[in-house]
Design a protein around this ligand. Structure first.
Ligand SMILES: NC(=O)c1ccc[n+]([C@@H]2O[C@H](COP(=O)([O-])OP(=O)(O)OC[C@H]3O[C@@H](n4cnc5c(N)ncnc54)[C@H](OP(=O)(O)O)[C@@H]3O)[C@@H](O)[C@H]2O)c1
Length: 217
């Protein structure tokens, strides 16, 4: 990925997303971000192109994608996702638009309690999901993420997608470097999660994976 390229970001005003936007701008990228409320993202930079809108209100995806090299989704709305798979419905529109605009790279952030494709979660994670995650009202978010993974695996082999099944976050400073892991997950900070996302987008070995991330020892 060239440092001058444009990255289209969804969820840029979120806890991971705002770090991602900052990192990408520091690396010299142009960032275009669709946000519901531009006032929520304090960053102002000549290379940041903020567009107001929502993933559920029929944003013009071809226009947003024009000239972009990659797309990153760090989206979440637990209330909406408890009722329907809004992210999946969105990704199902986004991927065909990426094909039309010849944009190949896509990173989607899911969670450690999101099931990998056609696999079960390890018992400890399953237990956590059916207790804490359930009580926090986040089951719908994981169901939606699982449907996104299924769609990407089954219907988007031509796109260089990566799903990051990220750990449970805490805000705060960096705690180290996260690396890809099939079976372990760290409780990472948002800034480290965003850095991992940026690196994964540039890692050919990460293409078509839906791994978790763990701090390098
Ligand atoms: N936080 C965690 O502990 C955690 C742990 C593991 C995995 N994850 C996964 O990572 C994803 C991102 O996490 P996060 O904590 O960074 O998310 P977050 O802080 O909740 O931010 C979510 C982002 O999505 C945006 N968004 C939601 N609905 C939208 C819509 N209809 N149109 C446009 N933008 C919309 C939000 O915009 P607004 O600013 O307008 O609300 C916000 O920018 C989660 O959804 C989850 O799947 C999170």
């Amino acid at each position: 990925m060239s440092s001058k390229s444009t990255i289209l970001v969804f969820g840029g005003s979120g806890r991971t997303g705002r770090h991602f936007v900052e990192i990408a701008l520091k690396k010299g990228h142009k960032v275009r971000a669709l946000v519901r409320d531009p006032a929520k993202l304090a960053i102002r930079n000549p290379n940041l192109d903020l567009r107001q809108g929502s993933i559920v209100d029929g944003a013009n995806l071809d226009e947003l994608l024009e000239g972009a090299e990659s797309v990153v989704c760090m989206l979440g709305d637990a209330k909406m996702q408890s009722k329907e798979n809004v992210n999946t419905a969105f990704v199902k529109k986004l991927i065909p638009a990426m094909r039309r605009q010849d944009v190949k790279k896509f990173l989607y952030q899911a969670g450690g309690a999101t099931k990998p494709y056609k696999e079960n979660l390890p018992f400890g994670t399953w237990l956590l999901k059916n207790t804490l995650v359930r009580m926090s009202g986040l089951l719908g978010q994981h169901r939606d993420n699982e449907a996104v993974i299924e769609y990407l695996v089954e219907e988007a082999p031509d796109i260089d997608w990566v799903v990051h099944r990220a750990g449970i976050f805490s805000d705060g400073p960096s705690k180290g470097t996260l690396v890809r892991s099939k079976d372990r997950v760290s409780m990472a900070s948002f800034v480290d999660t965003a850095t991992y996302n940026y690196n994964a987008l540039n890692d050919p070995a990460a293409v078509h994976t839906y791994d978790m991330s763990v701090y390098k020892r």
